[in-house]
Ligand binder design. Structure first.
Ligand SMILES: [Zn+2]
Length: 100
Protein backbone atom coordinates (compact mmCIF):
# COMPACT_ATOMS: atom_id res chain seq x y z
CA UNK A 1 0.00 0.00 0.00
CA UNK A 2 1.45 3.37 -0.92
CA UNK A 3 0.93 6.51 1.14
CA UNK A 4 -1.92 7.80 -1.03
CA UNK A 5 -3.82 4.56 -0.66
CA UNK A 6 -3.15 4.51 3.04
CA UNK A 7 -4.47 8.04 3.54
CA UNK A 8 -7.51 7.32 1.39
CA UNK A 9 -8.35 4.33 3.53
CA UNK A 10 -7.55 6.23 6.71
CA UNK A 11 -10.04 8.94 5.73
CA UNK A 12 -12.70 6.50 4.58
CA UNK A 13 -12.52 4.81 7.97
CA UNK A 14 -13.29 8.11 9.68
CA UNK A 15 -16.28 9.64 7.95
CA UNK A 16 -18.62 9.63 10.96
CA UNK A 17 -18.94 11.29 14.33
CA UNK A 18 -18.12 8.70 17.04
CA UNK A 19 -21.15 9.80 19.03
CA UNK A 20 -24.05 10.31 16.62
CA UNK A 21 -22.55 9.00 13.34
CA UNK A 22 -23.23 12.26 11.54
CA UNK A 23 -21.01 13.02 8.55
CA UNK A 24 -21.19 16.78 8.95
CA UNK A 25 -18.43 18.47 10.87
CA UNK A 26 -16.01 21.34 10.92
CA UNK A 27 -12.31 20.76 11.45
CA UNK A 28 -9.00 22.48 11.97
CA UNK A 29 -6.61 22.08 9.05
CA UNK A 30 -3.29 21.19 10.58
CA UNK A 31 -1.06 18.89 8.51
CA UNK A 32 0.34 15.73 10.11
CA UNK A 33 3.33 13.87 8.76
CA UNK A 34 2.91 10.32 7.59
CA UNK A 35 5.91 8.14 8.49
CA UNK A 36 6.32 5.93 5.43
CA UNK A 37 8.16 3.31 7.48
CA UNK A 38 5.45 3.15 10.08
CA UNK A 39 2.19 4.18 8.48
CA UNK A 40 0.05 2.43 11.11
CA UNK A 41 1.25 4.92 13.71
CA UNK A 42 -0.23 7.80 11.73
CA UNK A 43 -2.61 10.02 13.66
CA UNK A 44 -4.50 12.95 12.26
CA UNK A 45 -5.11 14.97 15.41
CA UNK A 46 -7.07 17.83 13.92
CA UNK A 47 -9.97 18.88 16.11
CA UNK A 48 -13.37 18.10 14.64
CA UNK A 49 -16.65 19.51 15.88
CA UNK A 50 -19.76 17.61 14.89
CA UNK A 51 -22.36 19.86 13.33
CA UNK A 52 -25.19 17.69 14.56
CA UNK A 53 -24.45 16.81 18.19
CA UNK A 54 -21.64 19.29 18.86
CA UNK A 55 -19.24 16.58 19.97
CA UNK A 56 -15.60 17.59 19.89
CA UNK A 57 -13.07 14.90 18.99
CA UNK A 58 -9.89 14.38 17.00
CA UNK A 59 -10.14 13.24 13.41
CA UNK A 60 -8.37 10.05 14.48
CA UNK A 61 -11.25 9.20 16.81
CA UNK A 62 -13.91 9.39 14.13
CA UNK A 63 -15.55 6.16 13.01
CA UNK A 64 -16.36 4.46 9.76
CA UNK A 65 -20.09 4.06 10.10
CA UNK A 66 -22.75 2.55 12.30
CA UNK A 67 -21.42 0.72 15.33
CA UNK A 68 -21.11 -3.05 15.12
CA UNK A 69 -24.11 -3.68 17.34
CA UNK A 70 -26.41 -1.65 15.10
CA UNK A 71 -24.90 -3.13 11.97
CA UNK A 72 -25.70 -6.63 13.09
CA UNK A 73 -29.39 -5.84 12.98
CA UNK A 74 -29.32 -4.17 9.60
CA UNK A 75 -29.07 -5.74 6.20
CA UNK A 76 -27.01 -3.97 3.56
CA UNK A 77 -30.01 -2.43 1.80
CA UNK A 78 -31.43 -1.20 5.10
CA UNK A 79 -28.18 0.53 5.80
CA UNK A 80 -28.38 2.30 2.49
CA UNK A 81 -31.91 3.49 3.20
CA UNK A 82 -30.88 4.67 6.63
CA UNK A 83 -27.89 6.42 5.15
CA UNK A 84 -30.05 8.24 2.61
CA UNK A 85 -32.52 9.22 5.31
CA UNK A 86 -29.76 10.60 7.45
CA UNK A 87 -28.25 12.46 4.54
CA UNK A 88 -31.49 14.18 3.52
CA UNK A 89 -32.24 14.98 7.15
CA UNK A 90 -28.85 16.62 7.52
CA UNK A 91 -29.26 18.50 4.27
CA UNK A 92 -32.64 19.82 5.33
CA UNK A 93 -31.21 20.93 8.59
CA UNK A 94 -28.34 22.65 6.82
CA UNK A 95 -30.83 24.46 4.62
CA UNK A 96 -32.80 25.58 7.68
CA UNK A 97 -29.60 26.82 9.29
CA UNK A 98 -28.99 29.06 6.32
CA UNK A 99 -32.39 30.67 6.66
CA UNK A 100 -32.09 31.32 10.37
ZN1 LIG B 1 -22.14 13.96 16.40
Amino acid sequence: MNSNEFLKEYDSNRVCCPKCKSRFYTTTLQGYVLDLNDMESYKDLNTCVCRDCGDKHTFHDRVKDLDEKTKKFLKEEDKEILDNMRRSFNENRKRNDNYN
